[in-house]
Design a binder for this molecule. Structure first.
Ligand code: GAL
Length: 510
């Protein structure tokens, strides 16, 4: 049985006083997809001096305005209890016990009843779709490793990209009390925060024994690598730059998915004229504005301009960044007026309920829609966000092996499950993402995902900033907080200045 004695609701935290995410810079790596981001390494910021065994800098989050400005309603407490909170209990409790006998012929996984003890898995997956997908991974695990007790240590962070959960994880890691495994974004978040600092075990042998170097795309292997070793296992590939819309509202209003910013504003006007909120926004905790602005920047600067932001090749003071901020400011003419007290995780539901016509978020929304029985093409439609057709703003969730994991065998088996074809094809159809493996069974995926798999192979792929691919975690945190202040004040000049400062603080801009 899955032990839920460590549920999301266990930890209720405010952002203030939490440890801020890592301030250690990637010292050396060869990540082709992130090549454009190598300025972070070359910049030689003082933090690059971190010796491998050094702990990630656990700087206190500044009590600066961004964290306090917008959220009089104390978001994190509500964040811990997502509207779909019922799902975890039922799904988690039910799935593992109904598991069938291992189907050895179709899986690389081999049942082992000798592995025992607890397996504590840490993540921020507490929302609709996330919970079902996580439970699907647990189910596959229980099918093969039936004598292990899974402890679900998921923490609702109140932010889309893991906010509070990441801070809690950091506290535990620094105290040498790691879970058996934890969710971490592939890219700088994995490497800078945990690999370069000596907190993880390399996984080269596992990749070899499971034959994974042949089934994961090279870009992902490169991103999971540092110093010639592999540090985590990708569970999926997510896409950040998607505009989701309510098909019925679009039909009723007589509009189509917008491609350009002009199209988008004209669609917004028509929807607004019918008395419907055009765009859902949830900024009760810092995240959604930063995510949305990431897509506006990408649509304004283009892929190369975007990548240049992380090397210093594109200045954060550039007039195009000003233009993007002004575009974003205009978005606020069309969002729900209570956005400062709405959770990002609840914005998809506003679209399901027809309370808003559109929402910009990653394709975890696909998973959430599915969990609310709102399906592709009938319930929701989608398109790349304005100006980003043919560009895939990518991120990937992964799990690794922290040094000192109490039940190392059980942890290794968890990684085997997540990287297996069976594991990926159980998890991803529910998560909304596409599988990281290239040999997935496409018939298990919905229309959005089949489209996404095609896009992944054709599009220009760029790294997400908010979701850990493009930059070290401390810079991402600063950026998210800067954009949270923008959501409250909408001050273009002050925000652009702060963005430039964030880049300087990250050691990338002069
Ligand atoms: C992302 C993460 C996704 C999803 C999303 C919203 O950062 O990669 O798996 O959880 O946040 O919570």
């Amino acid at each position: 049985m899955v032990d839920l004695s460590h549920p999301a609701s266990r930890t209720r935290l405010t952002r203030r006083g939490l440890l801020r995410a890592g301030a250690v810079t990637l010292a050396a790596s060869a990540l082709p997809l992130l090549a454009a981001c190598s300025g972070q390494q070359a910049a030689g910021s003082p933090t690059t001096a971190a010796a491998p065994a050094q702990a990630p800098a656990a700087t206190q989050a500044p009590a600066a305005a961004p964290t306090t400005a917008p959220a009089p309603t104390a978001a994190p407490t509500t964040a811990a209890a997502p509207t779909t909170a019922a799902a975890p209990t039922t799904a988690a409790a039910a799935a593992p016990t109904t598991a069938a006998a291992p189907a050895a012929s179709t899986s690389s996984l081999v049942a082992d009843s000798n592995v025992k003890g607890k397996l504590e898995i840490f993540s921020w997956w507490t929302n609709g779709g996330e919970v079902e997908a996580l439970n699907a991974s647990y189910s596959v695990y229980k099918k093969y490793f039936s004598n292990v007790q899974i402890v679900n240590a998921a923490i609702g962070g109140g932010t889309g990209a893991g906010g509070n959960a990441k801070a809690v994880l950091k506290t535990r890691m620094l105290a040498h009390d790691p879970p058996e495994s934890f969710q971490v974004h592939l890219g700088h978040e994995l490497i800078d925060t945990w690999a370069t600092t000596g907190y993880m075990e390399p996984l080269d042998d596992l990749y070899k024994s499971e034959g994974w170097t042949d089934v994961f795309p090279k870009q992902l292997l490169d991103i999971a690598s540092w110093s010639g070793h592999l540090w985590s296992v990708p569970w999926n590939i997510h896409r950040a730059n998607i505009l989701w819309y309510n098909v019925k509202i679009f039909k009723d209003v007589g509009v189509e998915a917008p491609k350009t910013f002009d199209d988008f504003f004209s669609v917004c006007e028509k929807i607004k004229a019918k008395g419907i909120t055009p765009l859902a926004l949830g900024e009760a905790a810092p995240f959604h504005t930063a995510h949305m602005f990431e897509t506006v920047l990408l649509g304004t600067l283009g892929p190369d301009g975007w990548k240049g932001l992380f090397t210093g090749a594109t200045s954060w003071g550039d007039p195009k960044v000003t233009q993007a901020l002004n575009t974003l400011k205009k978005y606020f003419d069309y969002v729900n007026s209570d956005y400062l007290s709405v959770q990002a995780g609840d914005t998809a539901t506003l679209v399901v309920q027809g309370k808003a016509a559109m929402v910009i978020n990653g394709d975890w929304n696909n998973g959430q829609f599915k969990s609310e029985n709102f399906l592709a093409n009938t319930g929701f439609g989608w398109a790349p966000t304005p100006g980003t057709t043919g560009v895939y703003d990518a991120l990937a969730d992964s799990f690794g092996l922290p040094k000192g994991a109490k039940n190392r065998d059980a942890a290794m088996d968890w990684l085997k499950v997540g990287g297996s074809k069976e594991g990926q094809d159980a998890f991803n159809p529910l998560k909304g993402s596409i599988p990281a493996r290239t040999d997935a069974d496409k018939s298990k995926y919905d229309a959005y995902q089949q489209w996404g798999m095609g896009e992944w192979t054709q599009d220009t792929i760029v790294p997400s900033f908010v979701h850990g691919f493009a930059a070290k975690e401390s810079w991402t945190t600063d950026y998210v907080n800067t954009m949270n202040a923008f959501a409250a004040k909408k001050d273009v000049a002050a925000t652009q200045k702060a963005l430039q400062q964030n880049c300087q603080d990250a050691g990338v801009c002069k």
